[in-house]
Design a protein around this ligand. Structure first.
Ligand code: BDP
Length: 340
């Protein structure tokens, strides 16, 4: 992403924070901050990008159903899949403002709002799934969630998102040099743009829902994602070479806006956190099955799956990795500890 774009989006998010703060002050002064004593009722909307049958959405729904049941209907959350409430980035702003109460989003999308979350985009920072979850479930992962407070969010729990891989419509990518001349779609705000540039390609920031037509019309040559998203979006139909370079493992996160959160009494806050944590196990189990299913779909449809030497890809961005390892030294040392 260009510096201009970064500055523009950052200052926009700052304005949003100011607006949200002003709105909260107004409510507080009017003596109706929405805060209900324990036992009050809330009715919230939870925004989700993926379709209803996707593992993240199924976990959101499980979370909502359990909460409704365990609170005797007082905590009523409705899940809106398929980006019905807007693209992920816009939803993040709405959650800050309080016009949408909850969302499940990808950590790469959080970076525009909480700088320190950029760290999740450092290529190859996690060795594998086990290492990733050791970190997320440990003290590092917990304190990282708490950093969301800085931008008016309350982080509840993480969901799995596997590893991200390149896929292309034209020339396959078997080594970093194959990225030359390829324009790859990246998520808004993430470190991925810098990574693609460092590998020798070029990048375009685009919303998730625009990627299919971008690939079909040739606006972009490729994109990158995990296997279940590559399949559920149908991207594999228009970009049938996928490279298992596993450049990032970026968690999904379930969050509530601060204003909504403060409507809950202490007991209910505990309950929401508890049920959210339980929903992670549900999601991880669904995720494992979905990865297998996606792999089978790809094999059956004749997609070319390229196993590559990931060390070469890592090497091609070693300068970038060193730079961010230094910038996010605390994060990296917590990640290192999670390795043992
Ligand atoms: C998927 C994430 C979704 C992101 C999407 C993207 O689950 O939240 O928005 O990638 O690439 O893996 O935009």
């Amino acid at each position: 992403m260009s510096l201009r774009k970064t500055l523009f989006t950052r200052s926009r998010s700052r304005i949003v924070v100011l607006l949200a703060t002003a709105a909260m002050l107004t409510l507080a002064m009017a003596g109706c901050g929405g805060s209900s004593a324990a036992g009050g009722s809330v009715s919230w909307r939870l925004a989700e990008t993926h379709p209803r049958d996707f593992p993240t959405t199924q976990a959101d729904i499980w979370f909502a159903d359990q909460l409704r049941e365990r609170s005797n209907g007082r905590i009523d959350i409705e899940v809106f899949p398929d980006a019905q409430l807007g693209e992920e980035r816009d939803v993040m702003e709405q959650v800050q403002l309080g016009s949408v109460e909850m969302t499940r989003t990808n950590a790469n999308l959080v970076t525009e709002f909480v700088d320190s979350w950029e760290a999740f985009g450092i290529p190859y920072v996690f060795d594998d799934e086990q290492h990733f979850w050791n970190y997320l479930n440990g003290p590092g992962g917990k304190s990282k969630l708490a950093e969301l407070d800085q931008a008016g969010y309350v982080g509840l729990t993480y969901y799995d998102s596997g590893a991200r891989n390149f896929y292309t419509a034209g020339e396959p990518i078997e080594k970093p040099a194959d990225l030359q001349g390829q324009n790859i779609r990246v998520q808004p705000g993430s470190l991925t743009a810098e990574m693609v540039d460092a590998m020798g390609g070029s990048s375009t920031t685009m919303n998730f829902s625009e990627v299919y037509s971008g690939l079909e019309t040739g606006v972009i040559e490729g994109a990158e994602n995990n296997l279940p998203s590559y399949v559920s979006t149908g991207h594999y139909e228009v970009a049938d070479d996928i490279t298992l370079d596993r450049h990032q493992r970026v968690p999904e996160v379930l969050m509530v806006g601060e204003q909504a959160w403060n409507q809950l009494g202490e007991q209910d806050k505990k309950l929401v956190r508890q049920v959210a944590e339980e929903s992670t196990e549900v999601q991880r189990e669904l995720w494992r099955k979905e990865v297998e299913k996606a792999r089978k779909t790809l094999e059956d449809s004749g997609v070319n799956i390229h196993e590559v030497d990931t060390a070469k890809f890592r090497e091609s961005v070693s300068g970038m990795i060193d730079k961010y390892d230094e910038k996010f030294a605390d994060f990296v040392s917590a990640v290192d500890e999670a390795r043992q």
